[in-house]
Design a protein around this ligand. Structure first.
Ligand code: NAD
Length: 338
C-alpha cells in the first residue's frame, strides 16, 4: 500500500485525495492546508489527517475544531509519494524539502516542466515515468490535447495541429477572478504556451495554439484542426475515441451542444462533484476530409488531471508496468462509467 500525502488541499488536491483513497493499492496519509477553511472541514469529514504549512497557525485550526496532526514536513516524512497541488509557482519552492527528505514527488501543470524535468500523460509516456523521483502532470488543457493528438498520431500520423482554446475564466468556487463581461485574449500573442507544453510530452508533434478566456466557470472548449500524414477516416476516428478509456464521445443522439448540458449530464450520472475525467469530444463536430480532421472537445479543468495524478503515482512507485493497466485500475476504482 503506497502512502500518499497531498500538499495543498484545494481544487485539484481535494479531488486527487478522494481518487487516491478510492484505489486499492494506495492510501492518503495526510493533506495540508494553510487556513482553517471549508475545505479543511471536508478533510476532517473524510478522515484525512490534517497537516499545516505554518505551525504558528495551529491554535487557529484547533479553535475551529480541527485537529492538527503536524507540520507539512512531518507529513512528507511519513509519505512514499507527495502530490504537490499547491498553487502554480509555489510548488517549485517545496522541491528542496522533497529533495532533503529523499521523497518522490509530483507537481501540477502550474509549474514549469523544469520542476521535474519530466512531464507526464498516462496515455502517452507512462513507461518513461516508471521509477522516477519527480514528475510533473501537465495542465488540464495540455492533458486533453495530448490524449487525442497521440491517438490520431498513432492512427494517421500528425502533420500539424492547430488548436484554439476557449478557457473558463475561473473555477466555480473562485470569487476573485474574471472576466465578468469580456473575451480576453490570453495571451494576445501566438502561439499560446499550450503548444510548447504539449511538446514536453510529445516532442515530435508540430502544433500551434491560440487561447482566450471567457466568462464561464464550467469547462474549457477546444476547437482542434489536425492535418494528417495519411488520409483520415471519420469512422476510424470515432472508433479510436470509443476505444480509449479517457476519450469520451458526446453522441449526436444525446443532443448535447454545450458545457452546461455536459455538466448536467455528469450530475445525473452521479459522478462525484460532477467531475468529467475524460475529454468530451462532440461526435457531430468530427469532420474528416482527405488529410484534414476537425472537432470540438470540452475539457473539465478541475477533473481530467486528477486521474492522471493517480497513474503518475503508480508509475513512480512501479505499481504498474504500463499505462493501460494503470488507467483501468484508476477508472474502475472511480466507477468511471462513460
Ligand atoms: P487552489 O488554489 O484551488 O488550491 C491550492 C491549495 O494549496 C489551497 O488549499 C491552498 O490553501 C494551498 N496552499 C497554498 N500555499 C501553500 C503552501 N505553501 N503549502 C501548502 N499548501 C498551500 O489551486 P488549484 O486550482 O488546485 O491548483 C493547484 C495546481 O494545479 C496549480 O499548479 C494549477 O495550475 C494546477 N491545475 C489547476 C487546475 C484548475 O482548473 N484549477 C487544472 C489543472 C491543473
Amino acid at each position: 500500500m503506497i502512502k500518499v500525502a497531498i500538499n495543498g488541499y484545494g481544487t485539484i488536491g481535494k479531488r486527487v485525495a478522494d481518487a487516491v483513497a478510492a484505489q486499492k493499492d494506495m492510501k492518503v496519509i495526510g493533506v495540508s492546508k494553510t487556513r482553517p477553511n471549508a475545505e479543511a472541514f471536508i478533510a476532517k469529514q473524510r478522515g484525512y489527517p490534517l497537516y499545516i504549512a505554518d505551525l504558528s497557525k495551529k491554535a487557529a485550526f484547533e479553535k475551529a475544531g480541527l485537529t492538527v496532526a503536524g507540520s507539512v514536513e512531518d507529513m512528507c516524512k511519513a509519505a512514499d509519494v507527495i502530490v504537490d497541488a499547491t498553487p502554480g509557482d509555489i510548488g517549485v519552492t517545496n522541491k528542496p524539502l522533497y529533495e532533503k527528505l529523499g521523497k518522490k514527488a509530483l507537481w501540477q501543470g502550474g509549474e514549469d516542466h523544469e520542476v521535474a524535468g519530466f512531464s507526464f500523460n498516462s496515455s502517452c509516456n507512462f513507461k518513461d515515468a516508471i521509477g522516477r523521483q519527480f514528475i510533473r502532470v501537465v495542465s488540464c488543457n495540455t492533458t486533453g490535447l495530448c490524449r487525442i493528438i497521440n491517438e490520431v498520431d498513432k492512427a494517421f500520423g500528425v502533420e500539424h495541429v492547430h488548436a484554439i482554446m476557449v478557457r473558463r475564466g475561473s473555477d466555480p468556487g473562485e470569487i476573485k477572478k474574471g472576466p465578468i463581461d469580456a473575451v480576453v485574449l490570453d495571451p494576445v500573442t501566438v502561439p499560446s504556451h499550450h503548444g510548447p507544453d504539449v511538446q514536453t510530452v510529445l516532442p515530435h508533434i508540430s502544433i500551434t495554439t491560440m487561447a482566450m478566456i471567457v466568462p464561464t466557470t464550467m469547462m474549457h472548449m477546444h476547437a482542434v484542426r489536425i492535418t494528417t500524414k495519411k488520409e483520415v477516416n471519420r469512422e476510424k476516428v470515432i472508433e479510436l475515441i470509443k476505444n480509449h478509456p479517457r476519450l469520451g464521445l458526446v453522441k449526436k443522439s444525446a443532443g448535447i451542444k454545450s458545457t452546461a448540458e455536459l455538466k448536467e449530464f455528469a450530475m445525473d450520472l452521479g459522478r462525484q462533484r460532477a467531475d468529467l475525467y475524460e475529454n468530451c469530444i462532440f461526435e457531430d463536430s468530427i469532420y474528416a476530409n482527405k488529410n484534414e480532421l476537425c472537432f470540438f472537445q470540452a475539457i473539465h479543468q478541475e477533473a481530467d488531471v486528477v486521474v492522471e495524478n493517480v497513474d503518475a503515482i503508480r508509475a513512480m512507485t512501479s505499481l504498474a508496468n504500463d499505462g493501460t493497466a494503470s488507467i483501468k485500475l484508476t477508472n474502475d476504482a472511480l466507477h468511471f462509467v462513460p
